[in-house]
Design a protein around this ligand. Structure first.
Ligand code: FAD
Ligand code: EPU
Length: 339
């Protein structure tokens, strides 16, 4: 284990916040991960587990040890005519893994192209985009208990997946280090084309019989026109979740705001409303306050124009929440993890 002291985390979080970690190490194997956790326990240091840092907001310097999960490897466990089972190291970067599968014509995650971060973090908030969530292709999650270093496997059902949610954000929060994820992908892919502008984009690309490669390219195109690239401007994707509100509340708002978009959800008593629309209507789209702001093209994305501290983002987020509450009586919940 290589342990560094007083390390800037600026290049380890996509917001680009320059917080310091007391200690930093990267674990490339299960042994290194256990060594790091044992070291932290022996020295009574708290541990922050980090993947690609694309869903965290560092509010201040991080006390204790930052442990970056870098366990690699894509292992084909089994396959038959229809499916392939893959066990993937938690430190594999997500998008290259998607491209690897797309290139083999293994379907199921092409709609999740270009999402930043690591494979190991993907189950934590059940990453989703363009009508697909990771829970639809995930078989199990392997974890290391951060306290007693025992190994466990969570089945899909045990992960208790929900919209941007899982057991790892609830009762098991901070308890485990995810080491690997097993997926079942389809060799005869079923395409998901109905969400958002996928169909339209494929038509513009003059694709009449789309493959999963085409879907992946279409999703990458849509995303790159909508979302700011963290390498150019610090951000962590959607800052808030899209709220699910009571049907009666929705119907009352719809009479005042007839143009308000909405989505049906599994619970018929609820309706999902896009937070980006609410923030824009509340007048915050494109607003800049010093180093931070609400993105000009996507109001759900808060950005660091450079040099921001986490506290500036937190202050902006609070004002946006207050404005949406005042106008719509809706509470926005952060999607990202405040550290
Ligand atoms: P990190 O930010 O490093 O960590 C996130 C949380 O998981 C932290 O609490 C951390 O402690 C914990 N964690 C990380 N790795 C492990 C591990 N191995 N074991 C245990 N705990 C761990 N998300 C979507 O769902 N859909 C999108 O379309 C989407 N688009 C995005 C677009 C942009 C431009 C950006 C910047 C982000 C986007 N995100 C999206 C959010 C983000 O990419 C995902 O949440 C991603 O899964 C985070 O991965 P990460 O490795 O960067 O996690
Ligand atoms: N909208 C506005 N103004 C804005 C932004 C959006 O009016 O500034 C409206 C759009 O016109 C559209 C609706 O809101 O009617 C939805 O917008 P969009 O399709 O851009 O998606 P989103 O709801 O903002 C969600 C996810 C994204 C995911 C996309 C595509 C959440 C919190 N966000 O965004 O995930 O990529 O759908 O599926 O569910 C993330 O989690 O970080 C993330 C980027």
């Amino acid at each position: 284990m290589t342990l560094q002291q007083q390390v800037s985390l600026q290049s380890f979080n996509t917001f680009g916040i320059d917080a310091q970690a007391d200690y930093f190490t990267a674990a490339h194997s299960l042994t290194e991960a256990i060594e790091a956790l044992q070291w932290a326990k022996a020295h009574q240091q708290p541990v922050l587990i980090l993947g690609g840092g694309s869903n965290v907001l560092l509010m201040q310097d991080v006390r204790g040890l930052v442990l970056q999960v870098s366990l690699k490897g894509i292992e084909r466990l089994a396959e038959d005519e229809d499916t392939v089972r893959l066990r993937v190291g938690a430190g594999e970067p997500w998008h290259p893994f998607v491209l690897h599968c797309v290139a083999q014509n293994w379907g199921g995650i092409e709609n999740l192209s270009l999402i930043p971060g690591t494979v190991g973090a993907a189950p934590i908030q059940n990453i989703g985009a363009y009508g697909v969530e990771i829970k639809e292709v995930l078989e199990s999650v392997e974890v290391l208990d951060c306290q007693d270093f025992s190994l466990h496997t969570f089945s899909n059902a045990a992960c208790a997946f929900g919209y941007r949610d899982s057991i790892f954000k609830q009762t098991a929060q901070g308890k485990y280090l995810i080491t690997a994820v097993t997926f079942v992908l389809q060799k005869k892919p079923v395409l998901h084309l109905t969400y958002g502008a996928i169909q339209q984009t494929l038509e513009a690309m003059q694709v009449t019989h789309p493959t999963i490669q085409d879907v992946s390219r279409a999703v990458c195109h849509i995303r790159s026109t909508k979302l700011p690239n963290p390498q150019e401007i610090g951000n962590a994707g959607s800052f808030f979740k899209n709220p699910e509100i009571d049907l009666a509340h929705y119907e009352q708002l719809k009479t005042v705001f007839p143009a308000m978009p909405s989505y049906a959800v599994a619970n018929p008593a609820k309706v999902k409303v896009p937070a980006g629309w609410l923030i824009e209507q509340a007048g915050w789209k494109g607003v800049r306050q010093g180093n931070v702001g609400v993105h000009k093209d996507q109001a759900l994305v808060l950005v660091n124009y450079g040099g921001a501290q986490g506290s500036e983002i937190v202050a902006l987020a609070s004002q946006v929440q207050a404005a949406v509450r005042a106008k719509f009586e809706i509470d926005l919940t952060p999607e990202i993890n405040y550290i």
